[in-house]
Design a protein around this ligand. Sequence first.
Ligand SMILES: [Zn+2]
Ligand SMILES: [Zn+2]
Length: 464
Amino acid sequence: MWDDDREERVRRGTAPRETAPCRMARLLAAVTLALSLAVVVLLAGCGSAATNSGPGADASGGPAATGAAPPAASGAASAATEAPSAQPTAEPSPARTPMTPRPTPTGTAPSPTPSGASAPGDAGKGASGASPGATTVVFVDVGQGDATVIRSGSWTGLIDGGPAGSEPAIEAALTTLGVTRLSAVVVSHVHADHTGGLTRLVGEWRPRTAYMAGAPTAALAGALSGAGTAVVQVRSGAGLQFGAARAEVLSPAGLSGDANSDSVVLRLDAGGKSFLFTGDCTGPNEAAVGSICARGPPIDVLKVAHHGSRYSTSAGFLGEARPKVAVICVGPNSYGHPTPATVGRLLAAGSRVYTTWKNGGITFTVSAAGAMSVSFGRSSKPVKKATAAGGSAEGGGGAAAGAAAAGAVAGGSTASGGTIVYITKTGECYHAGGCRYLSGSRIPITLKDARGAYRPCSVCDPPI
Ligand SMILES: [Zn+2]
Ligand SMILES: [Zn+2]
């Protein structure tokens, strides 16, 4: 499954254990590339997003109280410490223990502390030009899957590691930020579109801690063990210190056995701005997260659950979370993600919607004072219409949708064994089996799933 050439290079020490000059050269190249591609839109405390957002748009930027603890009602067990027995190296430790910031060789002045946050003296390594105390959140474009890098001072975390093959994109993001080692990884859940790339990354970037809810896969467990990473089970109510930013676990309270439902959901507060990372959360757990959010200020940036699946991101949840900006991590896929229904709900809720498919990698930077800016790897245009397959109009087409229509990765939708129709890698229509448009690619999908996301082909007249 892994790239043997890369493996070989790793063994020879030419990658990714690079020498400092080599890393620096790559860093400079990456920064240059990023500057040439990025379109920076100053959101002025999310103000510009807010201006389009209708009700609830507080252009004042009203800093959410950083570190505002979630309501005690959600408290419960903050960190169940039973590590799965299949995890031999698990070294459970209290999840409330703040991460120890790792001093950087070039450590500059201690970062100013955002209002109210109790940041332990982070040395802001401004490798990417970020000011001390700033927090950067990068939604990496890994196609159909999730990978988010969080950099705050000298602390760096990775939430999910994308599907297999996305390691280069994630490593480029880390290198651009001047990262040399991961402080922590958060495994939202163990589906392959979130952990396929993680196994290798863990070996190479050796996170000190892995936060998760439930058991890792055997491969991931082996990688964590090999990297000497401590596995910490987290549950709702746990508080984590991510550099100058404060994270709270909002879900799950316990394990249901459904990986998507049991996704670790985190709210990150940085410089008075809030990010909500949802994994593939759905159902009652999403409702629980919504009720917690309802008691706080609107979410500034929502990582939309489950790649825009219609089974998550309910109107009720959106009414409670009130996200100003919504990011959908998604790429070519046969599930119809992001579904028009979900995009429509987000737009109706007044959110500014971006997708990694259309916009490329999306980078938010929040200064210690709470000014937020965003840049894009591809386009800066938000999604305006709830049409099928968010990215199909812009690039990304042709990429591997795979023959995974019946796959279990995204889960949730199959069932009912109903009528099967077919879609193509790039098209917006679904087809009957004999349609001539299926000569290039022919991906089976249930009619039930095709209905919301694709139009019936006007040539072959598939069932409606
Ligand atoms: Zn999943
Ligand atoms: Zn997923």
